[in-house]
Design a protein around this ligand. Structure first.
Ligand code: ADP
Ligand code: MG
Length: 375
């Protein structure tokens, strides 16, 4: 594929119109690009800030055709884009990220194999595609462990934590019908992530290591810098860079990791796109993950992602929207980002807040002082 430089004034096509597409589009528009978005939902978060909205299903050939007709470069904001759409756009448009990374990261077993091939540690795991494989995996890995669907899982969906044989009951009806993997439960100190971006020119950049705190398996808040020793921050950054190199990344890869109680950094999973745990970069870094992504796919030089200030990023879920709006007068030191979604369903990611501080702990204190949410 011939690499091109896409200049401001040209049109960036985004597959998927959620908040990640919206924040990519906002960065791109600041730089003078035009935006076309493909999404089945009219008035989706990205369509609200786009020049052209193509309303079509992700596997609709007509939608793909329309996208090819108006975009000078195409990117995606989520990993479950239909294979045929990706293939069509690779042939008939310019999709510098290619389709291989999507193929790899779509499936946990493929993804883990690629991580191991890159020489990085992952937690012990085995495929579970039948009752026999389940038995073999339990014999080998034992309890506590976690059964995960190999495809389509997010925010802990499709996962069964197994403390003992009793917990198998819930998952049993699905065994053999959909593919799973069994993973050993890793006692961890922290969950962290590193977002790495690589441009079409082969230039690479990483965001500061983020510390992630989940509630009910959904990211609740992110702290930067991650409160771990510097050598572990370096190790995590090195892991992300090594993986980007091994995968010949073009675009953005978010790498979720565990800092085990054994002091080792394990790679948990990846996402081939900007990530919720990188939202702090909009307010706290010289260049955000979204701007860096746009630079990478357009063939522009990457910019510095230096951390300008420690920060906390707190997700606003459906149930938090009204309390935040009711107390909006308290938002003096908090940067509010809302994604323009109409239905504030419980657990749905509606926006986020970023609060800067002199340190991550001080940012937490400020968030607590604001008192509009409980950390
Ligand atoms: P998802 O795609 O749903 O984000 P993850 O693999 O990241 O799936 O799992 C969700 C969360 O469950 C993780 O952020 C972590 O808190 C916990 N978790 C997942 N796998 C393990 C494991 N092997 N050991 C300990 N905790 C785990
Ligand atoms: Mg995860």
């Amino acid at each position: 594929m011939k690499r091109k430089t896409i200049l401001p004034g040209q049109t960036i096509g985004i597959l998927g119109g959620g908040q990640l597409g919206r924040m990519m589009a906002i960065s791109a528009r600041q730089m003078g690009y035009r935006i076309a978005v493909l999404d089945p939902v009219e008035d989706c978060p990205c369509a609200q800030v786009a020049d052209i909205a193509i309303i079509a299903n992700y596997d609709d050939p007509e939608g793909a055709k329309k996208m090819a007709a108006c975009a000078d470069v195409v990117t995606y904001e989520f990993e479950n884009v239909a294979v045929q759409t990706v293939e069509y756009l690779q042939e008939n448009s310019y999709l510098p990220q290619g389709g291989r990374l999507l193929e790899i990261t779509k499936d946990r077993l493929n993804e883990k194999a690629a991580i191991e091939k890159a020489g990085l540690p992952v937690v012990p795991h085995m495929p579970v595609r039948s009752e026999e494989e389940l038995k073999a995996a339990i014999d080998e890995i034992g309890y506590p462990s976690v059964l995960k669907t190999t495809q389509g899982g997010y925010d802990g969906k499709g996962q069964y934590v197994l403390q003992s044989e009793l917990d198998l009951k819930e998952a049993l009806p699905y065994i053999g019908k959909i593919p799973f993997e069994l993973e050993k439960w890793l006692p961890f100190e922290k969950e962290i992530s590193v977002i790495v971006v690589r441009s079409t020119a082969g230039e690479t950049s990483v965001l500061p290591v983020a510390e992630n705190i989940h509630r009910h398996n959904i990211l609740h808040h992110t702290l930067v810098p991650a409160r771990i020793p510097e050598h572990l921050r370096n190790e995590a950054t090195q892991h992300a860079l090594q993986l980007a190199e091994a995968l010949e990344l073009v675009g953005t890869l978010a790498v979720e990791m565990f800092v085990g109680t054994d002091g080792k950094v394990y790679v948990n999973e990846t996402a081939p796109r900007p990530h919720n745990s990188g939202h702090f970069s909009i307010n706290a870094c010289e260049t955000s993950q979204f701007e860096q992504h746009i630079r990478a796919i357009c063939g522009l030089p990457l910019a510095s992602t230096q951390l300008l200030s420690p920060a906390i990023m707190i997700n606003i879920l459906g149930e938090h929207v009204q309390p935040v709006l009711d107390q909006i007068h308290l938002l003096k030191s908090a940067h509010l980002h809302l994604y323009g979604k109409d239905e504030a369903k419980t657990g749905r990611k509606m926006g986020h807040l970023t609060i800067l501080g002199d340190s991550a702990d001080e940012a937490i204190e400020r968030a607590e002082q604001l008192g509009i949410w409980k950390i």
